[in-house]
Write a protein that binds this ligand. Structure first.
Ligand code: S3P
Length: 430
């Protein structure tokens, strides 16, 4: 599907976001592990969380809807069933990696598959440690889905130092560890999103400045009855769109403010964005608040590579903010972007090139020479079937002089199925 986006004179209004994708997927998986009924409010209807939900059903969870909540009857760790059909993870790396951990832990055999993009993403990072735990995994070309998962020997707990700051990898190993008599420990050098630790209430220690997270059969799985907050990664598009648009004022309600996810707030704040947070509160184990963003003059920033895991999904749209900031901005230490739904460094480069931006692409990031007066006539953007690239290109299109075109625009629905309606709702046309 091609979307045409008109330039905006400004952006004004209020909106509620889609429910958080990462938390929704965890709510479904952890409800399966809980033996009993969890009532999950505001579960995401976007494609990735729906893929996870249907996998969880195939593994034995009973799922019903009542009064806008999902009522999930979990099997508990003992009762997980071997699926009769393949588990289809769609576009979701989180579903594939977290469910692999559960299957290995439970000793349940299954075949995991995904769409073309997911089948092109390496799974070696989970295969190796899961094999150390006793798994037998068959992968296409030893690295890619479809994955056939099996375990014929006893589960071996491991002490695993994360070679990359990945929440999917961390969660995969901890989920397998939850089935072991002895503790599995994951050592984290740079913090990545901690929804798994929070929602499962896992033991955490700091040793020599590193976080050590433990999981074993002795851990009780908490009931997963809570309301999913709005997705901070979805808010990111409006934070940038509002910050770079003259006279913009957007109120975004009920946004997840987990500190391991929201480095973009500090980054945009350091760039000079006018962002206020109100009504901060807790929703279950997660902090939530309302955010107001107004248009302002931005200055360039060099992002500390240590912050990259805490803004990894927001980098495509952040590159748009950098284009309109005074001076030279740097994203480095972000090679992980090359392993997302598409090679996002390549995709961001193509997006910036389409408007004639002044920038350089590097193996691990981008250097962007910004200009608050930057303008372009119109552009034709490729999304590479990547939701975050399609939405970042839409934010950029608002700054053109005439109508721009975005290809594969339907991919926004992977995480944000009302994105195009919200864009129209907020846009004050020139
Ligand atoms: C996610 C973790 C991140 C993120 C992805 C969702 C999660 O991936 O990019 O969109 O839900 O755990 P990595 O853990 O691979 O960095």
């Amino acid at each position: 599907m091609i979307k045409h986006v008109m330039p905006a004179k400004s952006l004004k209004g209020e909106l509620s976001l889609p429910p958080d994708k990462s938390i929704s997927q965890r709510a479904a998986i952890f409800s399966l592990l809980y033996e009993g009924i969890s009532e999950v409010g505001n579960y995401s209807t976007a494609q990735d969380p729906q893929s996870t939900l249907s996998c969880v059903r195939q593994l034995g969870a009973e799922v019903q809807k009542s009064n806008g909540k999902l009522i999930i009857k979990g099997t508990g760790r003992e009762g997980i069933q071997a699926p009769v059909k393949d588990l289809d993870c769609g576009n979701s790396g989180t579903a594939m990696r977290l469910l692999s951990g559960v299957l290995v832990g439970a000793g349940v055999s299954a075949k995991l598959m995904g769409d073309e993009s997911l089948c092109g993403r390496t799974m070696t990072r989970i295969i190796k440690p899961l094999e150390q735990m006793g798994a037998y995994i068959l992968a296409r070309n030893l690295a890619y889905a479809p994955l056939f998962i099996n375990r014929n020997e006893p589960l071996k707990p491991i002490r695993f130092e994360l070679p990359i700051p990945s929440a999917q990898l961390k969660s995969c190993i901890l989920l397998a560890g939850l089935f072991g008599e002895e503790k599995t420990q994951v050592i984290e050098i740079l913090p990545s999103r901690d929804h798994t630790e929070r929602l499962l209430n896992l033991d955490q220690d700091i040793a020599e400045g590193r976080k050590v997270i433990s999981a074993s059969l002795a851990d009780e799985i908490p009931n997963q009855s809570y309301t999913i907050p709005g997705d901070f990664s979805a808010a990111a598009f409006w934070l940038v769109a509002g910050a770079i648009q003259d006279n913009a004022e957007i109120l975004i309600e009920n946004v997840g403010l987990n500190p391991t996810r929201n480095a973009l707030l500090d980054i945009l704040g350091d760039m000079g964005a006018d962002i206020t947070i109100e009504n901060e509160r807790m929703e279950g184990a997660e902090p939530v608040g309302d955010i107001i963003v107004k248009g302002s003059d931005l200055k360039a920033i060099e992002i500390d590579p240590k912050m990259i895991p805490n803004c990894i999904d927001e980098l495509p749209v952040l590159s748009v903010a950098m284009l309109f900031a005074e001076g030279t901005s740097v994203i480095s230490g972000a090679e992980e972007l090359r392993h997302k739904e598409t090679d996002r460094i390549m995709a961001m480069s193509k997006m910036l090139k389409a408007v004639g931006a002044n920038f350089e692409e590097h193996e691990d990031g981008l250097i962007i020479h910004g200009d608050p007066e930057f303008t372009f006539q119109s552009a034709e953007f490729e999304s590479f079937h990547d939701h975050r690239i399609a939405m970042a290109a839409a934010v950029l299109s608002l700054k053109g002089k005439t109508k721009s075109k975005i290809k594969d625009a339907e991919s926004a629905a992977i995480s944000y199925h009302t994105f195009w309606e919200d864009l129209e709702k907020l846009t004050v046309e020139s």
